[in-house]
Design a protein around this ligand. Structure first.
Ligand SMILES: [Zn+2]
Length: 316
């Protein structure tokens, strides 16, 4: 990390010489920054109190429950959702990983098209689970829709998912992580349980963030907080392990390009915070995945929750 100021200084020195030099320096700077991002927190164990260590002894191992929001992705070539499906199926850590996709069934030029529906069908065919996110052309906040439009989007989204999956969605993730008593009750009335997240890649494209140079340190920081909650007995065990919910956005091509690396980062961070993982650290069975997600869903709209990034601050 200490090389960074030196590079800035050397960049200032060479700027007058030639454009080629500038390009070279900028590209080395990018490489340095990327290296810092990727190795920002190597697998140094994260210290914990003796009390936490003692309490963790009686807790089962964790299992990562991968979720993806906002898909299907729009591009007809190099489609990031399809790329992610490929990585989940084939990667060095655990082939055949199954995930929960919170989909936008009528997103403009994506979910609303035959191409988009084909992707959703493929997700189901490959053993993944669909949850509801939106059924509007854009990423509409459910709280700000008129009562009629909200009703319509719920009916449309559920019908769309039934037509693709053969069964209604049991899980919902509200756009912008935003909900209130009314929207929460409407989800419940339709048999949908709201799932938030423990770890977030903070890769939502909507907010203008595509790449993440802090992807490793961010996950480590979040998982350290999860460790304390596990030690405090706050997270339920399901089928012998504690599901830890992880959120990505499959419409983000950066996320898609780094998916295998993200899986490794999760394993590295678990090791660093000294949380043992299940023999199969990721879910590989749709039914088990659904049981785990339901167990982690929010029970009550008045329950205090932790939202990723700045969302708690914004919605409070
Ligand atoms: Zn979203």
């Amino acid at each position: 990390m200490s090389s960074l100021p030196v590079s800035f200084m050397s960049m200032r020195k060479v700027i007058p010489s030639s454009q080629r030099h500038i390009k070279k320096v900028i590209s080395s700077l990018v490489v340095i920054l990327m290296t810092i991002g990727a190795t920002g927190c190597a697998i140094e164990p994260v210290a914990m109190s003796p009390q936490t260590a003692e309490r963790l002894k009686s807790q089962p191992p964790i299992r990562f429950l991968l979720t993806f929001d906002d898909g299907p992705a729009r591009p007809r070539t190099d489609n990031s959702t399809l790329s992610i499906l490929g990585t989940l199926a084939r990667n060095p850590l655990q082939p055949g990983v199954k995930a929960l996709f919170f989909v936008q069934t009528r997103s403009a030029d994506a979910g609303e098209t035959e191409f988009g529906r084909d992707i959703l069908r493929r997700e189901v065919d490959e053993g993944h689970l669909l949850g509801f996110h939106t059924a509007t052309p854009h990423h509409a906040n459910h709280r700000f829709l008129s009562p009629d439009a909200f009703e319509q989007t719920l009916n449309d989204g559920i019908a769309d998912i039934v037509s693709i999956q053969g069964s209604p969605p049991k899980l919902v993730r509200p756009p912008f992580w935003n909900y209130d008593k009314r929207t929460f009750a409407a989800y419940q009335l339709r048999g949908m349980h709201m799932l938030l997240t423990d770890l977030s890649a903070n890769d939502g494209k909507i907010y203008g963030i595509k790449g993440s140079l802090r992807r490793r340190s961010n996950m480590l920081h979040l998982l350290t907080a999860v460790r304390e909650r596990i030690a405090a007995g706050e997270l339920p065990a399901v089928d012998g392990s504690i599901p830890v919910v992880v959120s990505f956005h499959d419409i983000n091509s950066y996320t898609a390009d780094h998916m295998a690396e993200y899986l490794q980062i999760l394993m590295d961070c678990a090791q660093a915070v000294q949380l043992p993982t299940a023999v199969k650290p990721f879910y590989d069975d749709k039914a088990a995945l659904e049981r785990a997600a339901l167990a982690r869903s929010v029970r009550d709209s008045t329950q205090a929750v932790r939202l990723p990034g700045f969302w708690n601050w914004l919605w409070e």
